[in-house]
Design a protein around this ligand. Sequence first.
Ligand code: NAI
Length: 330
Amino acid sequence: MRTITLINGDGIGPEISKSVVEIIAASGLEINWDLQTAGADVADKEGTPLPERVLESVKRNKIALKAPVTTPIGKGFRSVNVQLRKSLDLYANLRPCKNLPNVKTRFDNVDIVVVRENTEDLYAGIERQIDEDSAESIKIITRNASERICRFAFDYAVKNGRKEVCCVTKANIMKLSDGLFLDTYRNVANDYPQIKQREILVDNLCMQLVQNPTQFDVLVLPNLYGDIVSDLCAGLIGGLGVAQGANIGKEYAVFEPVHGSAPDIKGQNKANPTALLLSAIEMLRYIDEKGYAQKIENALFKTLTDGIFTADLGGSASTTEFTKAVIERL
Ligand code: NAI
């Protein structure tokens, strides 16, 4: 039986993790979940929100499914998510955004894959207070990290039959940092003549995405733009409750939804488990359990087609009712 690390997170994390674990079990696939807690409660007990045991578990099992973990704004500990991605060198953040059956959105046929660099940029966490009234954050862009993320995007495009990889920057203003990312993209693109190249500035991209999103295929972006644009793309397909993601490195992969811990609906049995479930389905494909992945995806799509929705999609099903509905359709 395969052992997989489960980081069940906080906020709505435990509720949606329970749902996904139940659905996978009901599909007939046996997984030995190595449950690892992380976050603020853990920091109170163990002195750090991301204890070594969590990293060791992912290193041992190579694969993890992760629910969201809260990061306090402005003060407190450094983001568990950023730390995890850095410590395990999960350099590629892959966020496919595709319309789901029967989920009404402004546009049909959205099928965008956001490939976000995951280890540097303004997320390197290098900040300092200059004086009481000023602070600075340093934006780090390296050729090495830019090259491997661009290569990841092009390799993904080739493997998945995509036609175009569009590079998103603000290289007209940040000529050195974003300029380096763009220059690296151009060099990597030369190795993939079968894939169309395109370059766009991030502000224009945002406008185009809300007016005509179907023109985009694969997007590759530095960390901060990738973070923001992937939430925008989540909005195009029904919101954060349905937006899946994965953090992939050479040795390890951590599958997690785009959304956060949603403290506003915590403990209310309202959260939509779809984003975590879709992330888990991609995880099953990644570990070559394609049959089970398809079976679960079919049951999820049938649930949506039958008009069973949680509140974020305008329905009235609770997390547990939605979970039960998916299980009944397996
Ligand atoms: P959020 O994604 O938690 O919530 C934004 C809005 O979307 C809220 O109204 C929430 O109720 C709704 N929402 C999110 N997921 C949902 C779901 N599955 N079903 C139904 N509604 C859902 O973003 P927010 O409020 O900015 O962040 C909350 C906390 O989560 C912060 O501490 C943040 O740092 C953390 N966070 C963690 C992430 C992770 O663990 N990977 C990613 C993003 C944020």
